[in-house]
Design a protein around this ligand. Structure first.
Ligand SMILES: Nc1ncnc2c1ncn2[C@@H]1O[C@H](COP(=O)(O)OP(=O)(O)O)[C@@H](O)[C@H]1O
Ligand SMILES: [Mg+2]
Length: 552
């Protein structure tokens, strides 16, 4: 018996044919397909419930599942399939097959495995048949009309098989000198999986086989661009080797031609080069980079003029030669989230891109300084000014929290003064950088690089220091409290020069009451600040709105 789960459910028995429409009750198709894929294995009702109702099971899920399985049994009988397929059990179900069962998705997986094996063994002719089978099955939709995480995961799997099948076919066509077909297959594979370097290699070799060096070069350049913009990576040495040998370029002479620069992105990234010079060169057409504003660790900040609009902007980058490289894709994702934060007290994002492997984004230049110089002045900040700054920062946080974004790095340097208004910058960026750090740790990058950007100890919430993973918007409320404390008293509560001591103090020490240090603080404000800096997040104001009701 043959079961097709792609292109519409179909069961072919001896002389019989059953189509998807015959499984007529709700969830019938999904239940049947799931039992087929998991056949001869006990499937508990709870597992079925997760497949049927991934978001939330109905209260009577077990009863509903019994109903579904009973109907399925009756359907199998009605369709004449019951002699081959037997569904048993009440709470734990099992589909047994008495005859040999062929299932298309399994056949596709076997076929692609065989095809790749033949290619590896240097037998492209043997790969022809199996790659055609895998391609034929994998390009059809899995259970059309059905949805849910299980269906999605099966579709993802088939998509992976399809890409591999296209890749194999490309190789087979190349070997058979059917070059235009090889080009087509490789291009289709790249469209599905842009970062698949082996497909790019096939394409480069196909163009070279046609004697078209310009196209081969274009294919290589395109590969470089895709990898740079999506993953901030250069092509592997194997891809570079394929490119060189396809074009008949000798390795050493290619390296010897210093000074003559090729247009491809790999040459554009020289990790050792000074970042400012590098950015200046890479962005020269759009921006005139004037000077560095500061930053450190994984991020650097430059003041520039955007040529097209003749305005000053700030360009912020993640340094290319660090762990951040690995997280460029995540960085881009975070940036997209932050791009939606448009509110008067939030420094907006103007644009974001990756150039020569360096992810960067731009924002308006805020000409007033940050809170830092204000705090370094001898005179205390007037109470009315403190309240107005706290109100602005609170509004920015309220907007971000409402959009599900936690800042994670609220500190005076990230609060800029624009006229009479305070604006907050670096939303969400801390998270992208943190992720870069954890990638760095996972990949055992140098610890100096990791430590250089560990955040700002003086303003970190205890739960952030403990890194217990459960950080929410209340971490921002803590940091906000520390900034407020510093605005009022001139110093953050824990400012010991050693990082360890500051961490320990955040975790264990109760700060002195604000009013003991600055006696003219209104009691409501000082109470608020002291509550914001509670160690236990549940003792802090639970939302920034609560804070705003005091400083508004
Ligand atoms: N949009 C901006 N306009 C003006 N100055 C900025 C802007 N963004 C950042 N800066 C300045 O650049 C400095 C460095 O920024 P950054 O790399 O975020 O490091 P940090 O916030 O840790 O100081 C900040 O202290 C701030 O004074
Ligand atoms: Mg900053």
């Amino acid at each position: 018996m043959r079961v097709y789960l792609t292109g519409g459910l179909r069961v072919e028995g001896e002389g019989s044919l059953v189509r998807q429409g015959s499984f007529s009750f709700p969830l019938a198709t999904l239940a049947f397909a799931y039992f087929i894929c998991e056949r001869s294995r006990p499937v508990p009702a709870a597992e079925l419930a997760r497949v049927f109702w991934p978001d939330e099971s109905p209260p009577d899920a077990a009863v509903a599942i019994q109903g579904i399985t009973q109907k399925l049994r009756r359907t199998l009988v009605r369709l004449g399939l019951a002699s081959d397929l037997r569904l048993s059990g009440t709470d734990i179900y099992e589909l047994e097959c008495t005859s040999d069962l062929w299932v298309d998705v399994e056949a596709a997986a076997d076929a692609i495995h065989d095809a790749e094996g033949e290619l590896r063994a240097g037998r492209p002719a043997g790969a022809f048949g199996p790659s055609a089978i895998a391609h034929h099955i994998a390009r059809r939709p899995f259970l059309p009309g059905e949805c849910g995480p299980w269906v999605d995961s099966q579709r993802d799997r088939l998509r992976g098989i399809l890409v591999r099948a296209l890749q194999c076919r490309g190789e087979v066509y190349l070997w058979n000198r059917e070059i235009p077909l090889a080009v087509e297959a490789a291009k289709e594979a790249i469209a599905l999986e842009p970062f698949r370097e082996t497909a790019h290699q096939t394409l480069i070799r196909a163009h070279a086989a046609l004697g078209n060096a310009a196209e081969a070069k274009r294919a290589f350049t395109r590969c470089c661009e895709l990898l740079a913009s999506g993953l901030a990576m250069s092509p592997s040495s194997e891809t570079q080797r394929v490119y060189r040998s396809a074009l008949g370029i000798d390795h050493r002479s290619a390296h010897g031609r210093r000074g003559r620069r090729s247009a491809v992105a790999t040459d554009d990234r020289r990790p050792g080069a000074d970042l400012k010079t590098e950015l200046r060169r890479l962005l020269r057409e759009s921006y005139d980079i004037e000077r560095e504003l500061g930053g450190g660790g994984l991020s650097r900040v430059f003041l520039a003029v955007e040529r097209a609009l003749g305005r000053q902007v700030v360009i912020k980058t993640l340094a290319p030669d660090s762990a951040a490289m690995l997280s460029a894709e995540r960085f881009a994702r975070e940036v997209r989230l932050v791009a939606n934060l448009q509110q008067a007290n939030i420094v907006p994002l103007l644009s974001a891109a990756v150039v020569g492997g360096i992810p960067y984004y731009t924002m308006p230049f805020v000409s007033g300084a940050s809170l830092r110089p204000l705090l370094s002045e001898d005179a205390p900040v007037p109470i009315s000014r403190v309240i107005s700054i706290l109100r602005d920062v609170g509004r920015a946080l309220a907007f971000a929290h409402e959009h599900g974004i936690v800042h994670r790095d609220i500190k005076p340097e990230n609060i800029l003064i624009s006229g009479a208004t305070a604006v907050v910058t670096d939303f969400g960026i801390a998270k992208a950088i943190e992720r870069a750090q954890s990638t760095a740790v996972e990949t055992r990058m140098s610890l100096t690089a990791v430590n250089a950007c560990i955040g700002t100890p003086a303003y970190m919430a205890p739960e952030q220091i403990a890194a217990d993973g459960a950080i929410d918007h209340r971490a921002d409320i803590y940091s906000y409290g520390i900034v407020a404390y510093e605005l009022l008293t001139g110093r953050p509560p824990f400012g010991d020069p050693s990082v360890q001591a500051v961490f320990a103090a955040h975790l264990l020490e109760r700060p002195r009451d604000v009013r003991c240090i600055r006696t003219d603080t209104p009691p409501a404000l000082s109470d608020l600040v002291m509550r914001c800096v509670e160690k236990d997040p549940t003792l802090r104001p639970q939302t920034i709105e609560e804070v705003l009701s005091v400083v508004a």
